[in-house]
Design a protein around this ligand. Structure first.
Ligand code: PMM
Length: 272
């Protein structure tokens, strides 16, 4: 999954794809590099980001969905049911809701009505974790178990709303109300999330915990521009662990990493 952020403040590509034609060209490039899905987002979901007006989000996202869905299947990164509905009317293939259907009470109903698949991410309402230490929530000593149980409940909520079981994808939400150790524990325990029986998306691309891993003691985290090789390493390990997809900014190295993981797992080059 290649990321196409059309926000002014996304940490990882800093609004570089705000212009419509640039955004379409970037999507085309990611498809050429091997992306199977383009994830279009019009509102930064980075923890602490200021929310954009719904009408602004809709105006950024909907025309792009129309243009890009002719190139590849499109997922739409939104927490708003109305934006999701408009995007689905324009042929979006899947809704990516970082709140797992919690931010907008209409989201799961809209997804079900459109018979759309949905990515449900582990999310803690900012009101619930600001009180906790260091911007992380309290996971009771077992972050993997807590995230797994939360995701199982969100999947149940989606099923109750009428979403097709085959269309539910789960995501541990790396970096959302989690510190570096939480993120590594979740990657280490990915099999416990996959054991829930739903496809799992891993979205580690360029995140701060990679920057922290790669810097020396007492140094600032390595800059975003230096985090792509580590992202590709995560991709090969995630693929080997059985992840359904990875969400990445730099598609080419991750597409290579997926091929490497597949050939390694099969013990031969996949028949083409
Ligand atoms: N992270 C971001 C945005 N959207 N969607 C899913 N499903 N999972 C994530 O972890 C996730 C996401 C924030 O990163 P960005 O600013 O690089 O897009």
């Amino acid at each position: 999954m290649g990321v196409l952020n059309v926000t002014a403040d996304s940490f990882s590509d800093g609004g570089r794809h705000l212009a419509f034609s640039d955004a379409v060209a970037h999507a085309r490039r990611m498809v050429a590099e091997g992306a199977d899905l383009i994830d279009i987002g019009g509102e930064s979901t980075r923890p602490g980001a200021i929310r954009v007006e719904e009408s602004d989000e809709e105006q950024r996202v909907v025309p792009l969905v129309r243009a890009v869905s002719g190139l590849a299947p499109v997922s739409v990164d939104t927490m708003r049911a109305r934006v999701a509905a408009r995007a689905l009317e324009e042929n979006a293939a899947i809704i990516n809701d970082v709140s797992g259907g919690l931010a907008d009470p209409d989201m799961l109903r809209v997804v079900a009505e459109h018979r759309s698949p949905v990515i449900l991410m582990h999310w803690v309402s900012p009101d619930d974790y600001r009180a906790g230490a260091g911007g992380r929530a309290d996971y009771g000593g077992d972050v993997v178990g807590a995230v797994r149980d939360h995701l199982a409940r969100r999947a149940d909520a989606a099923l109750e709303a009428g979403v097709d079981a085959a269309g539910i994808v789960l995501d541990p939400g790396l970096g959302f109300a989690k510190n570096a150790d939480d993120n590594w524990a979740l990657l280490h325990g990915l099999d416990r999330l996959i054991a829930l029986g739903f496809p799992v998306l891993v979205a580690a691309s360029r995140k701060r915990f990679l920057g922290s891993l790669l810097s020396g003691e007492g140094e600032e985290p390595r800059a975003v521009s230096g985090r792509d090789p580590a992202t590709a390493a995560i991709t090969s390990l995630a693929a080997a662990a059985g992840a359904w997809a990875v969400r990445v900014h730099d598609v080419a190295p991750s597409a290579d990493a997926v091929r490497v993981a597949a050939a390694w797992a099969d013990g031969r080059v996949e028949a083409r």
